[in-house]
Design a protein around this ligand. Structure first.
Ligand SMILES: NC(=O)CC[C@H](N)C(=O)O
Length: 207
């Protein structure tokens, strides 16, 4: 069974529905103990980093998350769920993350331009994946596939070898990471139509 963490800050229903659409049972849980019995765990996230990390701490999720990752359970982070895995974020001040993936969460630079047009922040809409490594998330997903983003911050891993895909929005930024049993995406697979559903199915099959 797939456990989707409910810490009051995620678009849980659309993530759950995404898994249901590909025939996978996923439960939404606000009980940290459920993670310990789940086969695989999903950390979604929408909102501000500091609110999310505070809710995770208050919900008693931090230790169970670190435990299931350490045990080697397949773990999927989505959007803020990717960012929370990092050492710290500069969103609304410096806030500590789970430090599973060493690195920082940075805001897109001001004044980015593409073809003479100013690029607005948040980066909101469809954009292409430049797949760098055959991560389990991308089995059967073509390079250049379009996925859906809504974010103002991006992750910068200390060790670039964890980067599974990048996307260009004024700068080339990390669109997904893969390290051992942990995969995480800056974009929203549950909002990325067929390609995104294929990724959810890939995660559900990830060993
Ligand atoms: N959709 C979101 O919640 C975005 C996550 C984070 N606040 C960012 O702006 O990058």
């Amino acid at each position: 069974m797939i456990a989707i963490i409910d810490y009051g800050m995620g678009n849980l229903r659309s993530v759950q529905k995404g898994f249901e659409k590909v025939g996978c049972e996923a439960i939404v849980t606000s009980d940290p103990k459920v993670l310990l019995d789940a086969e695989r765990v999903v950390l979604p996230g929408v909102g501000a980093f500091r609110d999310c990390i505070r809710n995770l701490e208050e919900g008693g999720f931090v230790e169970p998350i670190l435990k299931v990752i350490k045990e080697g359970k397949p773990f999927l982070g989505i959007c803020l769920g990717l960012q929370l895995l990092f050492t710290e974020s500069e969103e609304f001040g410096i806030h500590k993350g789970l430090d599973v993936i060493p690195g920082k969460v940075l805001r897109f630079p001001e004044g980015m331009e593409q073809a003479g047009e100013e690029l607005k922040v948040p980066h909101m809409g469809w954009n292409q994946l430049d797949i760098k490594r055959p991560s389990p998330l991308f089995n059967g997903v073509d390079n250049g596939s379009n996925v859906y983003f809504v974010h103002s911050y991006y992750v910068k891993p200390n060790d670039e070898s964890v980067v599974a895909a990048t996307t260009n929005y004024g700068i080339d930024f990390c669109a997904a990471i893969w390290r051992d049993n942990v995969v995480a995406a800056q974009f929203h697979p549950e909002k990325s139509q067929d390609k995104g559903l294929a990724m959810l199915k890939n995660f559900a099959a990830m060993k």
